[in-house]
Design a binder for this molecule. Structure first.
Ligand code: HEC
Ligand code: HEC
Length: 131
């Protein structure tokens, strides 16, 4: 009896501590959002990426969960550079960098579904840059 009471207290404490971390997670945008780069805007749709954990893209910053805009000051604010952490690089690099890039995942997906190659890894005329 005593052990189960202790177990209950431990469980309650764990739940109480875990709750605030979850509460700080914002709602997933329901509509496609404009993800702006140096030149081309991508309509980014969370719905088509719902199979993945948030932190695949919204990686931790200094050990904390973050949902700041990618181009926030001190982050990927250089839009055009070809080297990480510039935004162009962390979106387009075909190899994984410190974190997975948009393109490194799309390349893997297209390798499994060759019919999606142009749509997911192409430039003009792809689903990312339709025009
Ligand atoms: C495949 C990549 C990816 C995944 C997975 C992902 N997001 Fe995002 N999210 C983005 C991108 C890209 C943006 C646009 C960032 C910008 O504009 O700089 C964004 C923007 C947001 C924004 C800001 C919206 C705004 O208009 O300011 C919120 C909030 C957000 N995501 C929450 C989430 C949550 C919660 C999850 C997990 C349930 C999640 N995202 C999963 C890529 C992703
Ligand atoms: C971990 C893997 C992964 C990452 C990272 C990822 N994607 Fe995708 N993306 C996918 C898959 C899988 C699809 C195909 C989804 C489908 O057709 O159902 C897709 C489809 C898309 C599409 C076309 C479908 C649509 O929603 O209009 C766009 C545009 C897109 N991704 C943009 C991005 C951008 C921008 C980023 C980086 C911020 C990104 N993706 C990161 C896996 C990923």
């Amino acid at each position: 009896m005593r052990t189960s009471l202790i177990a209950l207290f431990v469980l309650a404490a764990v739940c109480l501590c875990a709750a605030p971390a979850q509460a700080s997670r914002p709602d997933v945008p329901a509509q496609p959002i404009e993800f702006k780069g140096a030149k081309k805007t991508v309509m980014f749709n969370h719905k088509t990426h719902s199979a993945y954990d948030c932190n695949v893209c919204h990686h931790e910053v200094n050990g904390k969960e973050s949902y700041a805009k990618c181009a926030s000051s001190g982050c990927h604010e250089d839009l055009k550079g070809r080297k990480s952490p510039a935004l162009y690089a962390v979106v387009h690099n075909r190899k994984e960098l410190k974190f997975q890039t948009c393109m490194s995942c799309h390349v893997k997906v297209a390798a499994e579904k060759p019919d999606q190659k142009k749509a997911l890894t192409g430039c003009k005329g792809s689903l990312c840059h339709a025009s």
